[in-house]
Design a protein around this ligand. Structure first.
Ligand code: HEM
Length: 404
C-alpha cells in the first residue's frame, strides 16, 4: 500500500504522447493504481481491474460534471447528454436509446447493413488498392445517418464535428481551444437540422420526438440525446473498423484464419483490435465521496481519468503478450474499450453488426490484404486511430454467375 500517493509529470495530451501513449501508460501502471497527473491535477487510472471496478460503481464515481476535464465542456457542451448524466436522469435517457440499439432492433437492420457492406466493399477494392479509413467512414456514416433519419447529412462535417467534440473532453490547451468553435457549431447544427419536420418519423430521431410527445423525456432532452448518436456512434466505429483492417493487413496469417471462417473470427478480430487500440482512450469521472483505490485515498470531488487504452495493454489482465494482436486470444471481448457498468456503450450491437458485415464482404472479395505505405494517425485528446490507411488487396476470382 503506497504511503504517498503516486504522481507523474507525464504530459498525457502532448502530441508526442498522443502519437504513442503506450510507454507512458506502462510507466503509469508501474507507479500505482491511481496516479496524480501533475500537469492536469487529475488522477489517471491505468489498470484493468481498478478501472472495471470504478465503472461498476457509478454512485461513488459520477459522470455528471466529471466526464470531461473542463467545466465549460461538462456544464455547457455535454450537459444533458446520456454520457454526462447519472442516476434516474441517466436511466430515463438511456431507456429511449436502448430500444433503438438493442440486439432485437439489429435483427431488422441486418439485411440492409450487409447489402451496404457488400456494395461498398466491391466499389472500394475494385482497383486492388483502397483506404481502410475511407471505406469505414462511408459504411458507418451512411448507416448511422440513415438510421437517425438524415440520410443526406454532410459526412465530412459530421466527422470533423465529432472529432472536435472529443477534443473538447480534454484539458484547456491549444487543441481544445481550436476545437471549441467547431464543437459548439455542431451542437447548433443538430438543433437546426434535427427538427420534427426534417427527420423521418420511423427513424431514431423520430422515436426520440415520440418519447418527448409521450412525456417520457423533456423537449430539452431531445437534441442532447441525439448527440450521442452523432458523437459516440460514428468516429468510434470508423476508427475501430479501420484499425482492425490495418492489424489484419499486418498479420497475413490471421487474415487467412479469418477468411477461412469469417462467421467464427470476425467478431473476435474486432474485439482484439479494440483491446489493443481503444478508439476512445479515456473518459472522466468525479468522486462523489471519499474513496480508496487499492490504497490510494481520494477525497470527494477528485477528477479521475479512466485510461481504457492502458487497460487493454495491462499485462496483469492480458499476460506478457498484451502488446500483440491475436484474434485467437481467449476472452478478448472482456476489454474495456466499450466502457462498463451502467454507461457501457449502448451501440455495441450496431458496431459489431457493421464490422462483421464489412469483414465478411472483404473476406469474400480479397484473398490478401497488405499495407500500402504508412497510415496517418489522428491526434485527438480522446480518439485513437487513423485518418488514412492505404491497403492493397489481391482480389478473389469473381464467382460464376448463377445459371451460367
Ligand atoms: C467501436 C465502436 C465504439 C466504441 C469503441 C465505443 C465506446 C464507448 C465507450 C467507451 C462508452 C462508455 C462511456 C463512459 O465510460 O462513460 C460508450 C458509450 C456510449 N456509446 Fe459507444 N462506442 C462505439 C460505438 C457506438 C455506436 C455505434 C453507438 C450508437 C450509434 C454508440 C453509442 C453510445 C452511447 C449512446 C453511449 C452512452 C451510454 C451511456 O452513457 O449510458 N457507441 N461508447
Amino acid at each position: 500500500m503506497p504511503a504517498i500517493a503516486p504522481s507523474s509529470p507525464i504530459p498525457l495530451f502532448d502530441d508526442q504522447v498522443l502519437t504513442d501513449p503506450y510507454p507512458s501508460y506502462r510507466s503509469l501502471r508501474e507507479l500505482g493504481p491511481a496516479v496524480r497527473l501533475e500537469e492536469y491535477g487529475v488522477w489517471a487510472v491505468p489498470h484493468h481491474a481498478q478501472l472495471a471496478a470504478i465503472l461498476r460503481n457509478p454512485d461513488l464515481y459520477g459522470s455528471e460534471d466529471g466526464i470531461a476535464l473542463t467545466d465549460l465542456a461538462n456544464e455547457q457542451l455535454l450537459a444533458g447528454t446520456v454520457l454526462a448524466s447519472d442516476g434516474a436522469q441517466h436511466v430515463k435517457l438511456r431507456r429511449v436509446l436502448s430500444k433503438q440499439l438493442a440486439p432485437r432492433a439489429m435483427k431488422g437492420l441486418a439485411d440492409r447493413v450487409t447489402a451496404r457492406a457488400e456494395r461498398l466493399v466491391r466499389a472500394h477494392v475494385e482497383s486492388g488498392r483502397f483506404d481502410a479509413v475511407a471505406l469505414s467512414q462511408h459504411m458507418v456514416c451512411d448507416t448511422v445517418m440513415e438510421l437517425m433519419g438524415l440520410p443526406q447529412a454532410d459526412r465530412e462535417l459530421l466527422l470533423d464535428g465529432a472529432a472536435a467534440t472529443f477534443n473538447v473532453f480534454g484539458p484547456d490547451n491549444s487543441r481544445y481551444q481550436q476545437a471549441l468553435p467547431l464543437a459548439s457549431r455542431m451542437v447548433e447544427l443538430l438543433h437546426e437540422t434535427l427538427t420534427r419536420e426534417a427527420v423521418d418519423r420511423d427513424s431514431w430521431m423520430g422515436a426520440i420526438f415520440e418519447a418527448v410527445d409521450a412525456g417520457q423525456i423533456e423537449e430539452s432532452d431531445a437534441i442532447p440525446l441525439a448527440s450521442a448518436y452523432t458523437a459516440a456512434g460514428i468516429d468510434t466505429t470508423v476508427l475501430g473498423l479501420a484499425d482492425c483492417l490495418v492489424q489484419l493487413s499486418r498479420h497475413p496469417e490471421q487474415w487467412q484464419t479469418l477468411r477461412g471462417d469469417p462467421e467464427r473470427w470476425a467478431t473476435p478480430a474486432f474485439h482484439e483490435a479494440l483491446r489493443l487500440e481503444a478508439p476512445i482512450q479515456a473518459f472522466g469521472r468525479l468522486t462523489t465521496g471519499p474513496t480508496d483505490i487499492t490504497g490510494v485515498h481520494l477525497e470527494k470531488g477528485e477528477q479521475l481519468w479512466l485510461l481504457y487504452g492502458s487497460a487493454g495493454r495491462d499485462e496483469a489482465q492480458w499476460g506478457p503478450e498484451a502488446d500483440t494482436f491475436d484474434i485467437r486470444r481467449p476472452g478478448n471481448d472482456q476489454h474495456l474499450a466499450f466502457g462498463g457498468g451502467p454507461h457501457l456503450c449502448a451501440g455495441i450491437p450496431l458496431a459489431e453488426l457493421q464490422v462483421r458485415a464489412v469483414l465478411h464482404a472483404l473476406a469474400t472479395h480479397c484473398t490478401t490484404l497488405t499495407p500500402d505505405g504508412d497510415p496517418t494517425r489522428v491526434l485527438n485528446h480522446l480518439l485513437r486511430g487513423y485518418s488514412s490507411a492505404p491497403l492493397t488487396a489481391e482480389l478473389a476470382p469473381a464467382a460464376p454467375e448463377s445459371g451460367a
